[in-house]
Write a protein that binds this ligand. Structure first.
Ligand SMILES: Cc1cc2nc3c(=O)[nH]c(=O)nc-3n(C[C@H](O)[C@H](O)[C@H](O)COP(=O)(O)OP(=O)(O)OC[C@H]3O[C@@H](n4cnc5c(N)ncnc54)[C@H](O)[C@@H]3O)c2cc1C
Length: 350
């Protein structure tokens, strides 16, 4: 994806980089998935100066297959929807910096946001919307065949497996979605699942069972990946009988869930749930005043209901709360549209 407002740190024009790190932003948004992108749009409409720092634009949406449950789009490929989000953010001139945030620290009344690239961004508020990271199988051969048959993104790699035999590991919505997408290209798609029933929504389960190319291998786990230069077979083990067997495959798609970047959250000093998600209230306020969190990384929606629409809504709320914090603490509304963009309730109160 390209565009004047997406700035890769490696290629960043020094003047632009310096400008973004020199100024005090109203909101520094960490993570550019649906939560962060939605926060950016609302922040801009409140007249706030926002910047997004993200490892990649679009987040998990860019890796999703067919998305059929996001309002306004009957059916759209994940990367296409991510592109729409980016275009929307660009229309509000919010800069998107490609970098990884490694820490956030209080700095007087402000916050310093530190990145892997060694840059520091200053914000009156920070919105953390870093989502979750994909779990790996952690079996022998996984790293060696990553990109040589092993993939974590069906939407990115499915066309590479036209006419081939592939397997998807997992039993949730992502696994189901990946299998359905892969079946549009591959000759045969196995789903390897460690339980005897799927967690995926009923809608997906029906589609899977009706698809003649898809076969589910129940009660089975992956033990090892083998091949030559490329992945050739998976070693599987049945959990009920302990039987070990090999299955030839050209591709293996790992869809076994995700976990939040707990180390980063601990470094920042955020209050976390037992399993490492950021504790927030209904206004997306974290335990640190001025820091908000939204999307898959928060301890709010049920773990099995992490959806684009939820993340986008929480991002919007986080921007709303950041705006109110800034008004209260710093007493300023900036930008020509700021007044018009204020929520109606506030306009009536003032
Ligand atoms: C295969 C798949 C299919 C899916 N299909 C659907 C679907 O059909 N419908 C639906 O509603 N939902 C679907 N989802 C779920 C949906 O994509 C997520 O709920 C949603 O993307 C969460 O948004 P988010 O902004 O919270 O996090 P993410 O989308 O995960 O975005 C987080 C962003 O933060 C960045 N980031 C992470 N760490 C850092 C850091 N330290 N510094 C800077 N940036 C960082 C990441 O690079 C990423 O861009 C799917 C998910 C997957 C994986």
């Amino acid at each position: 994806m390209s565009g004047a407002f997406k700035i890769s740190v490696a290629k960043m024009d020094f003047g632009v980089a310096e400008e973004l790190t020199r100024k005090v932003h109203d909101v520094v948004i960490v993570g550019g998935g649906p939560a962060g992108m939605s926060a950016a749009i609302y922040a801009a409409r409140y007249g706030l100066d926002a910047v997004i720092i993200t490892e990649e634009v679009g987040g998990q949406v860019g890796k999703a297959g067919w998305v059929e449950n996001y309002l306004g789009y009957t059916r759209i490929m994940g990367p296409g929807l991510a592109k729409k989000f980016e275009e929307h953010v660009k229309s509000y001139n919010v800069p998107i910096v490609i970098d990884s945030v490694v820490d956030v620290k209080r700095y007087g009344e402000l916050f310093k946001v530190y990145t892997l690239n060694g840059d520091e961004y200053t914000g009156r508020t920070v919105i953390i919307s870093v989502g979750t990271k994909r779990r790996k199988l952690n079996v022998p051969g996984e790293d060696a065949y990553s990109g040589r048959g092993v993939s974590y993104c069906a939407a990115c790699d499915a066309p590479l497996f036209k006419g081939k035999v592939v397997a998807v590991v997992g039993g949730g919505d992502s696994a189901a979605q990946s299998a359905l997408l892969l079946a549009e290209y591959a000759n045969k798609v196995y789903i390897i699942h460690r339980r005897n029933q799927l967690r995926a929504q009923k809608h997906y389960q029906d589609l899977l069972l009706r698809n003649p190319k898809i076969e589910i291998i129940w009660n089975t786990v992956v033990k090892e990946l083998r091949g030559d230069r490329l992945l050739r077979k998976v070693v599987l083990q049945r959990v009920d009988t302990n039987e070990v067997f090999e299955m030839p495959v050209d591709g293996l798609f790992v869809e076994i869930g995700a976990e939040p970047p707990v180390d980063l959250f601990k470094r920042i000093g955020l209050d976390l749930s037992q399993d490492g998600y950021i504790r927030v209230n209904h206004l997306m306020e974290t335990s640190i005043p001025g820091i908000y969190a939204a999307g898959d990384c928060v301890d709010l929606a049920p773990r099995d209901f992490r959806q684009i629409v939820v993340a986008a809504a929480q991002g919007a709320l986080a921007a709303y709360s950041a705006y109110n914090y800034i008004i209260k603490k710093f007493g300023l509304i900036r930008g020509k549209d700021a007044y018009e963009a204020r929520p109606k309730s506030e306009l009536y109160e003032s």
